[in-house]
Write a protein that binds this ligand. Structure first.
Ligand code: CA
Length: 131
């Protein structure tokens, strides 16, 4: 019985760690013919999801050496939380920083600036407790 209690305690501790809003994930992929299309401009798009908690600050970077990236983020309710084309003048990569308005699943859209652009990219998501 003591052993079972210890195992249950360990499981509870693991579950608590898993309940945090911390995220550090990298998604790699390619925009290519046959991908989903953004209705507004028929550009290729791949989507990825991550889970975080209300109040966590998330920074999403999309980088590619092969095309001009465009990044979009939707919240758990499907609402638009931001879009970015270029992280800086002369740098066509994209970056968004948002404080999560609610706990749940967020959707990142890895997109290109204009239709027909293809190539490999990387999306890095980092969320940490704000403040
Ligand atoms: Ca761009």
């Amino acid at each position: 019985m003591r052993r079972i209690t210890t195992i249950l305690g360990a499981l509870a501790a693991l579950t608590l760690v898993g309940c945090g809003g911390d995220v550090d994930e990298t998604f790699t992929g390619s925009l290519e013919s046959g991908d989903d299309l953004v209705p507004q401009d028929n550009s290729f798009v791949d989507t990825y999801t991550f889970d975080t908690k209300e109040g966590y600050s998330c920074t999403i970077d999309m980088t590619s050496t092969e095309f001009d990236t465009y990044l979009m983020l939707q919240g758990p309710d499907g609402g638009d939380l931001g879009q970015n084309d270029d992280v800086a003048a002369g740098n066509t990569n994209s970056q968004l920083t948002v404080v999560a308005p609610s706990s749940g699943t967020y959707t990142v859209s890895a997109n290109s600036k204009t239709s027909g652009l293809t190539g490999a990219y990387s999306v890095h998501v980092v969320c940490a407790k704000a403040g």
